[in-house]
Design a protein around this ligand. Structure first.
Ligand SMILES: *Cc1c(COP(=O)(O)O)cnc(C)c1O
Length: 965
């Protein structure tokens, strides 16, 4: 049909976003269908998805809109947010995102589309940026060891509590003390966490911490209401009774204040948000976490460490991974999987950009404004709650309501939740006009105060608002990296030099099974950095966040429709947090029915490590169910174990399609078995990419699921976070969804505590999923699922003559991912899955998921976004590698002097005048001609994991150590 005979609607349809999101065009789809042996996508679906679970009616999320229309519509929604000047504080502060970081990191796919650095040889850039984050944390907290980021301050505090329980020598106690001047949302999250562990929480003035027999205590420094007080005596007193003390601290204040480490704290934690990351209505932001070196094995989350590569050069990697959930499952330190890497990188770049001098200038300026404000108010007879402060004043007032109204009328938000007072927190963006306006609000106009006059007074008097003994004297950020890149040109090049070391989706396909590395479209990303979404405080009055509320409401409705559930919570800010929130809802539901004794969770052996780690967080006992040789949950074993557990069955956690990449025919039966015993079904929604528009958890018979919006719904992985893990539930669980003590969430349960610091989690990345659904529409989303399945089957079919495909479902089909078995090859040739993964780097690819869910395998998930061209390149690489393995197997190549064993190859290898390998350089670096088109050079050789863990070093090495030997 020629274009001239098409209607307007048909012409518009031709340029639909669906065509951009889905990799293969119609002709490619036909060619691939022919390869896999299906007549049409419908035919492929009929062959692959069990008929019993296919939806009987389409999902309803509207028609797909163009990028232009969808952006315009969302812009109008965003416009309903009212941007007030924020003085609320409570852990969230306005900040200037340095533009060089905004454009070259936050808005740059080289940074935001990368995955967690499990393949460190092609991830040295972000590993260095995270190591810098750890160094910032170590320097500012004064502790020895820092982690690579946690989800938010409140959950970091909860992690500190569990670390305290693990390491405290006061083994008999199950009481944890929380000072009454910590941020209320932190107390809320800690309380929720404690309840399920069976810990008691005692609160009271910080000074009374040691009056109780506790295994640990949490203090805030400066306090939530702004006081700067010496907590060293109370820390020592708690420690004298074998308690562990965690201090939630404000990163900016630590530039000027004596560090928690110097005050004796065992743990320091907090949010790095104000280091150049927008408030975003609650997130995403990176939490920092530091502790003593002796607690390194108890630290939650990831740590980046320095090791060396085969050339003996320093090289970075994730250290001590044996503490983590993917290895230790229910015995792991935490369930943290996705964290906040992109935001940690931003904060670390902020520190690199400003350096110690710049940060001191910023902190001093904030503090000076606080002094000026306080001095002026006191001159006018206004009472302040405290005599000390860094940036936060709590102003006592008899007419709080009027003051707040007055402030709102002038476009200003003050902290409103303190009896008889308002809170005012200043930040980097505060200026003279703000202070003048604050005087007007608090004193009424005509007060006669002048910022300039007060500034002069404070300068002559000297500031007395930080007690002399708490003034920081130790150096910060002395490492070269924080003292080198202060011109924008240098900064730009530093960021770019790190970016160039990393392989992200803007280079080639990343076929990580279970991770769904699909397109993160630019039109989806653009709204994230709109001021209307960035500059809203999470505790701003809800009437100022109508744009957010509308967007969240609409997105929730769509997700409810897509999942077949009745209600949804946006609070969990990662998939694993969703698991925790879902299990919490299940346990609260059982309790509400007088069945609180139910304490067992059935989990198939193929489950993701976060499942058992999350079950442990609600004190569930994990019973592992076997899988059969086809990768399916063994129904008989499942039935038997469920019967054995009987009345104690709380729930089962099942991933669907299974992590083995097949649609189990028996899923409905599994759900029925659980329900017959009075249990609930938690369906892990990480594999929703194989369900959207085709089937749904609610339809299958599950009670609750999390969605990984950073997998199925296009939020980029950010190099290891952010993510969002909202949970959908059936109506009977809706009353048990997490609420929030500071901001009531109308769709949540009445008396349910929070699981995250912010009421709607990492709200500012929700526009990404919103845009995706709006642009795809119902039909586009279903088609995405179909093509994801086609792509996986195409790869499986193309590889099956070369590598055994481990599990298949009905008609020999896989779902949206496939596992290839490398064990027979390893047996025959000695070539390991690690060799193959690293060799793929030489071909310009990131390795698929290695050894999960089965050791010695690769799990490939191409997603719908990869075109046939890219799939063919990947297949070509895999087949070429198979031929190389053949040469090792046959003895043509030496067992160790071969390109697989020595992979990956760096430019330094190829340029080495002493090149003396038995294969030539062309084979090493350009093994197939297509590599030349866009050669990617791994920046280091294979990294020694064992050395790195034995010689643990998690801070920045001196630059000299990088100089060539
Ligand atoms: C990714 C994943 C999770 C965990 O999600 P996070 O967002 O990383 O916490 C859980 N289960 C499965 C099957 C997954 O693939």
């Amino acid at each position: 049909m020629s274009n001239s005979s098409l209607t307007l609607a048909q012409l518009e349809q031709k340029n639909a976003f669906t065509r951009r999101h889905i990799g293969p065009g119609e002709e490619e789809i036909q060619a691939m269908l022919a390869t896999v042996g299906a007549d049409s996508l419908d035919d492929l679906m009929a062959q692959t998805v069990p008929a019993a679970i296919q939806l009987d009616k389409p999902i309803e999320v509207g028609e797909g809109e163009t990028e232009v229309d969808a952006l315009a519509a969302l812009k109008a929604v965003a416009g309903k947010n009212k941007i007030n000047r924020s003085f609320i504080g409570m852990g969230y502060y306005d900040t200037h995102v340095p533009n060089v970081i905004l454009r070259n990191v936050l808005e740059n796919p080289g940074w935001y589309t990368a995955y967690t650095p499990y393949q460190p040889e092609i991830a040295q850039g972000r590993l260095e940026a995270i190591l810098n984050f750890q160094q910032v944390t170590i320097d500012l907290t004064g502790l020895e060891l820092a982690s690579a980021s946690l989800l938010d301050e409140a959950t970091a505090a909860a992690e500190a509590m569990t670390l305290a329980k693990r390491v405290s020598k006061n083994k008999k106690s199950s009481l944890f003390f929380v000072a009454d001047d910590v941020h209320p949302q932190t107390l809320d999250v800690v309380q929720t966490r404690a309840e399920m562990f069976g810990f008691g929480i005692v609160t009271g003035p910080a000074e009374q911490a040691a009056d109780h027999d506790v295994f640990g205590a949490l203090l805030q420094y400066p306090t939530s209401t702004g006081e700067v007080k010496d907590i060293s005596a109370v820390i020592a007193a708690v420690q004298a009774k074998k308690g562990i003390v965690a201090v939630a601290a404000d990163l900016m204040s630590l530039v000027m204040l004596k560090s928690p480490g110097e005050l004796g704290a065992d743990v320091a934690l907090g949010s790095a948000q104000r280091f150049g990351v927008p408030m975003g209505y609650g997130g995403p932001h990176a939490a920092f976490f530091a502790t003593r070196d002796s607690y390194k094995r108890s630290l939650p989350g990831r740590i980046i460490g320095v090791s060396k590569d085969t050339r003996g050069r320093p090289a970075l990697r994730m250290a001590l991974q044996t503490r983590e959930q993917h290895i230790r499952r229910e015995k792991a330190n935490s369930n943290i999987c996705t964290a906040q890497v992109l935001l940690a990188n931003m904060a670390s770049f902020y520190a690199v950009y400003h350096g110690p001098k710049g940060l001191k200038t910023i902190a001093n300026r904030i503090h000076r404004f606080a002094d000026i404000l306080a001095t002026g108010l006191k001159q006018k007879g206004v009472d302040l709650k405290h005599n000390t402060w860094f940036d936060t004043l709590t102003v006592l007032t008899d007419n709080k309501a009027d003051v707040l109204e007055n402030a709102y009328a002038k476009g200003m938000n003050l902290r409103a939740d303190i009896d008889g007072a308002v809170g005012i927190s200043l930040d980097e963006t505060t200026n003279r006009k703000d202070i003048q306006a604050l005087f007007d609000v608090l004193l009424g106009e005509g007060h006669g105060l002048s910022v300039e006059t007060l500034d002069a007074e404070v300068t002559t008097q000297g500031s007395q608002s930080i007690p002399a003994e708490l003034v920081r004297t130790s150096d910060i950020l002395t490492h070269e990296v924080f003292n080198q890149y202060h011109s924008e040109t240098e900064m730009l090049r530093y960021i770019k030099s790190l970016e160039d070391k990393d392989l992200a989706l803007n280079h080639s396909m990343i076929s990580l099974g279970s991770c769904t590395m699909k397109l993160n479209a630019t039109a989806e990303m653009i709204p994230v950095t709109w001021a209307e979404f960035g500059q809203i405080h999470p505790f701003a009055p809800v009437d100022q966040a109508q744009g957010y509320q509308e967007m969240i409401g609409e997105l929730s409705d769509w997700l409810i429709n897509i999942t077949g559930y009745d209600a949804l919570s946006m609070q969990p800010n990662s998939g694993a947090q969703g698991e925790y929130a879902g299990l919490l809802a299940i346990q609260r539901y059982h309790e509400s029915r007088g069945e609180g004794h139910r304490n067992v969770c059935l989990i198939p052996s193929s489950a993701h490590g976060t499942n058992p780690a999350s079950a442990q967080m609600v004190s569930l006992k994990v019973v592992v169910v076997a899988c059969d040789k086809n990768g399916n949950v063994d129904v008989e074993d499942f039935r038997k174990k469920a019967a054995e557990v009987g009345n104690n069955l709380a729930c089962a956690m099942i991933t669907y399609p299974s992590t083995h990449g097949v649609y189990e025919e028996t899923i409905r039966e599994l759900c029925d078995i659980v329900h017959e015993h009075g249990g609930q079904v938690y369906l892990d929604g990480a594999n929703m990419n194989a369900q959207v528009g085709v089937t749904s958890p609610g339809f299958i018979g599950s009670d609750v699921s999390h969605l990984n919006l950073h997998k199925t719904f296009c939020i980029p992985h950010g190099g290891g976070g952010p993510g969002m893990g909202p949970i959908g539930v059936k109506s009977h669980l809706a009353p048990f969804l997490p609420n929030h003590k500071v901001v009531n969430v109308e769709t949540a349960g009445d008396n349910c505590g929070a699981v995250s610091a912010a009421p709607w989690g990492s709200a500012s990345i929700l526009p990404i999923s919103y845009m995706y659904i709006k642009m795809m529409g119902s039909a586009g989303l279903r088609k995405a699922t179909e093509v994801a399945i086609l792509n996986a089957n195409y790869v499986a079919k193309s590889l099956e003559g070369h590598y055994p495909v481990l599990y298949k479902g009905r008609n020999g089909r896989v779902a949206h991912e496939c596992i290839i078995d490398l064990r027979p090859l390893k047996e025959a040739s000695g070539v390991t899955e690690m060799d193959i993964a690293k060799r793929l780097n030489d071909y310009g690819f990131h390795a698929p998921t290695m050894s999960f869910p089965v050791a010695g395998t690769l799990m490939i998930e191409p997603t719908e976004s990869e075109a046939k061209y890219e799939l063919d390149r990947f297949v070509e690489a895999m087949i070429s590698i198979r031929e190389e393995i053949g040469k090792v197997e046959s003895g043509e190549w030496d067992a160790t002097d071969n390109p697989l064993h020595n992979a990956p190859h760096t430019l330094a290898d190829i340029c080495d005048n002493d090149w003396n390998r038995s294969y030539d350089r062309q084979v090493a670096a350009y093994p197939v001609p297509s590599v030349a088109r866009n050669k990617f050079w791994p920046s280091v050789n294979r990294i020694d994991d064992v050395y790195g863990d034995r010689n643990l070093m998690c801070s920045c090495p001196a630059i000299e150590s990088y100089v060539e030997e």
